[in-house]
Design a binder for this molecule. Structure first.
Ligand code: FRU
Length: 320
């Protein structure tokens, strides 16, 4: 290669790497089909990409975006820091993006920057974990109370209405943890199920494993574990297995990623898991409808769920 050509390639490579950690999906140059027209840039702030469910959300979003040739999504990963996520909201505002999609880590710290963008006239779609108030365009997410209640009912069924259980809670500064607990309490109401230990595990598998270790040393017998997500239920299973106690108890989780929770049910690790839809596809479709002024969005779009158990996992679970 001639020197000039080498330099040219090097400059191109440099430019491509100048995204400051951003990943872009740039679509074809000749817009056709749905969403054809002026180029649209949407900022997507993901609270972390360390967890499989969130990787799935981003992958589903990229897939859904393929339908819109003029849409470019600028992805940012907040690496589980609310401060970083606040900064990302401001970066998107400064960039002058057409719209923002955010899946916030925590309710309180993200409420203000979301409202700020919304007040500037930037459509903001909030996914999965809610913010306070109504200063955003639209919220899309699963029904955590319904899922928690179904988990409670399944627990009653699995234990024949009686038993001592451990509840491994999600991050208490995020709404799904509260909703999954409240729903579960409704589901076990009237039974003789007693929660003997209920630490917050912040949605993290390693935290759940540590907490379960202390539960195992404190209690000689545990009938079941309710994990607010599949990583928590799996962490608890691993802790119990290390002490040869995994057969003593049932395990229930939430998320049902195909290669995570659903696989755990197939492998006999979890007794049940519940689909927690990411809302990624709905987010992309709605952002386009909003920007192209095709339809007024509902303030809240609640997504459905499915239960996967040993009995129904082979046939694709059951809608609830
Ligand atoms: C991923 C996750 C999921 C959970 C959701 C709740 O970060 O912890 O496992 O279902 O967030 O917001």
């Amino acid at each position: 290669m001639k020197l000039r050509a080498v330099l040219y390639v090097a400059i191109l490579a440099l430019l491509a790497g100048c995204g400051g950690g951003e990943k872009k999906t740039t679509e074809g140059e000749t817009p056709k089909g749905e969403g054809a027209g002026k180029k649209i840039v949407v900022g997507m702030s993901q609270c972390n990409l360390g967890e499989p469910w969130r990787q799935r959300m981003n992958a589903e979003m990229a897939e859904a975006a393929k339908k819109y040739p003029n849409l470019e999504i600028v992805y940012k990963d907040a690496a589980n820091s609310s401060t970083t996520q606040q900064n990302q909201m401001h970066e998107f505002m400064q960039m002058g993006v057409d719209a923002i999609i955010i899946s916030p880590k925590e309710t309180e710290p993200l409420t203000k920057p979301v409202a700020e963008a919304f007040k500037k006239g930037i459509p903001v779609i909030v996914l999965d974990r809610a913010v306070n108030g109504d200063q955003f365009t639209m919220f899309i997410g699963g029904d955590n109370v319904k899922i928690g209640k179904a988990a409670g009912e399944e627990m009653v069924k699995l234990l024949g209405g009686k038993g001592k259980i451990v509840e491994l809670k999600g991050l208490l500064s995020s709404v799904p943890a509260h909703d999954r607990h409240d729903g579960f309490m409704q589901g076990i109401k009237g039974s003789q199920i007693e929660i003997i230990f209920d630490p917050a595990c912040d949605w993290l598998e390693n935290r759940a494993q540590t907490e379960m270790n202390s539960a195992l040393s404190r209690f000689d017998h545990i009938d079941a574990v309710y994990g607010h997500n599949d990583p928590a239920a799996h962490g608890a299973y691993m802790a119990a297995k290390q002490k040869n106690r995994e057969k003593e108890m049932k395990f229930i989780g939430i998320d049902a990623n195909p290669n995570e929770g659903i696989q755990y049910v197939k492998d006999g690790i979890l007794d049940a898991t519940f689909e927690y839809p990411t809302g990624a596809k709905e987010g992309v479709d709605w952002v386009m409808k909003i920007l192209e002024k095709k339809e007024m969005p509902p303030k809240k779009l609640v997504l459905g769920t499915r239960i996967y158990t040993k009995e129904n996992v082979a046939s694709g679970g059951k809608e609830l």
